[in-house]
Ligand binder design. Structure first.
Ligand code: PLP
Length: 474
């Protein structure tokens, strides 16, 4: 058995699970969703019935019935002497990985590739003979690419040297590397809630104890809570997304940046700013670089071409003090020997066309945003539908805390979404749903129709059926 989940942790991950009658089926559905979301990995030992019953304040027979239902649907197995263990997800079609054909996958917010990318790849491929004569990968990154990245920061008013840049295999690997170098077991790390789930997972795996600071679509960052959290918990690191935060789409005001930087400075916290979505501006216009512009040693920035150009181009980077870059280079080979040179050469060529790329993205995202906002406002007027000024998704407020049952219901009809609690730090967000607007408009239209049909049923507490898929939220 790989791991076990405590009754307390399971109860917190389940959040507001009691969404329909009978209670045992609602509980079983809640646990199924955690399995589908990969928040309960296969081979995880579930708490004993008595412990879970006491954590959830329900009778032991309710938990026993929920476990029975989970055994019947083959989500768990009960082993003599070892209690109940989650099972690997069954595949409806074993020959195919996710998602199955015909399904609409809105778990990922991945815009299609920038149209000029294939041409640039072809040009780079023409110099393959020279490329393959080299080692082919390196832990720091090609000098010309680091120079291009540094020049972009300089253009934003953040003077940067090449030796303050490390090229990674996407922003996720940057987050993982920073977590493994900066964070140790038991260290506090401040994060937004809701946040980007794979960052929270990487930080937790490094042993971090996460401290959540709320961000809302309407009011932005809760500065009072942020100041208190910095002062009381003295987090070692704060991981934040100041521009088009994933999932809310909010951008920090100058005032929010000032307050957060001052509180972090007083607490001695390192600010890790994930700017993966920062170039995805639809109609915000210019924004100041924030965080002093001058960028003191306590600010580390993460960037990526994953959303601006294409998720398949695994090129990201870290901008930080040269000493930190050296520590990261020393630690990196344990999990990753470097970024492939072909991708790096493509990335270097892309930087020459950045203004054009960003303009095309803005147009694409505006079309997606406007069409899904108007379809949702028409079909589900009772929901709170924001109009984010950039980014990749809508963070919707439902008129009832039924995000998880809704996601389960639409899943059975071929629409994959991530429920609000997937983005939370310590439970909650059952009233929220993230809808990316990066997919083609016809898919988004079909998705809205399915959501509207399902919502009525879920609101009435109708039972739901389950189709299994692995979850990955980007
Ligand atoms: C905020 C944020 N950080 C990091 C990532 C991971 O990006 P990459 O594809 O470059 O690894 C994503 C992807 O969705 C993201 O939204």
């Amino acid at each position: 058995m790989d791991s076990r989940v405590s009754a307390r942790a399971l109860s917190s991950a389940l959040g507001g699970w009691r969404t329909r009658e009978p209670a045992y089926e609602a509980l079983a559905d809640g646990i199924r969703l955690l399995c589908l979301d990969n928040r309960l990995a296969p081979q995880t030992a579930l708490p004993a019935e008595r412990e879970l019953a006491s954590a959830l304040r329900v009778s032991r027979s309710t938990v026993a019935a929920a476990y029975r239902s989970l055994r019947d649907s083959e989500h768990i197995a009960s082993l003599r002497g070892s209690g109940s263990v989650t099972l690997p997800l069954r595949r409806r079609d074993p020959g195919r990985t996710h998602p199955s054909e015909g399904m609409i996958d809105l778990q990922q917010a991945s815009p299609p590739a920038w149209p000029g990318l294939a041409g640039i790849m072809t040009e780079v491929a023409a110099s393959s003979a020279a490329l393959v004569a080299r080692v082919g990968y390196d832990v720091l990154g090609r000098r010309e690419l680091r120079a291009a990245i540094a020049a972009r920061y300089a253009a934003r008013g953040i003077p940067t040297d090449e030796d303050e840049v490390l090229v990674t295999t996407g922003a996720q690997s940057a987050i993982h590397l920073l977590a493994s170098v900066l964070v140790g077991p038991g260290d506090r790390v401040l994060v937004e809630t809701p946040t980007y789930p794979h960052a929270a997972d990487a930080l937790r795996r490094a042993g971090a104890r996460l401290v959540g600071v709320p961000v809302t679509v309407d009011a932005g960052w809760d500065l009072e809570r942020a100041e208190q959290a910095f002062a009381r918990t003295l987090p070692l690191v704060a991981y934040l997304m100041p521009d088009f935060q994933n999932p809310t789409g909010r951008t920090m005001s100058d005032e929010e940046r000032r307050v957060i930087q001052r509180a972090a400075g007083q607490a001695g916290s390192i600010l890790v700013l994930d700017e993966t979505t920062a170039d995805l501006d639809i109609d915000r216009g210019h924004v100041s670089p924030g965080f002093d512009g001058g960028d003191p040693a306590g600010v580390v920035r993460i960037g990526s071409l994953g959303k601006t150009v294409w998720g398949g181009l695994r090129v990201g980077w870290i901008r930080g003090h040269a000493d930190l870059i050296r520590r990261l280079v020393a630690a990196r080979p344990a999990h990753d020997l470097g970024t492939p040179e072909f991708e790096q050469a493509v990335a270097s060529a892309l930087f020459a066309q950045f203004p054009e790329i960003v303009a095309q993205r803005s147009h694409l995202l505006r079309t997606g945003r406007d069409s899904v906002v108007s379809a949702l406002r028409h079909a589900l007027p009772q929901w709170g539908i924001p109009t984010p000024r950039g980014g990749v998704s809508l963070w919707i407020e439902l008129d009832a805390p039924l995000s998880s049952p809704l996601v389960m219901d639409v899943r059975s009809r071929g629409l994959l979404l991530s429920a609000g609690p997937r983005f939370s730090v310590a439970g909650g967000h059952d009233r929220h749903l993230r809808i990316p607007f990066t997919s083609p408009p016809d898919e988004l239209d079909r998705a809205v129709t399915m959501l509207a049909e399902s919502w009525g049923r879920v609101r009435d507490g109708a039972p739901v059926t389950v189709v299994e898929q692995f979850d990955s939220v980007v």
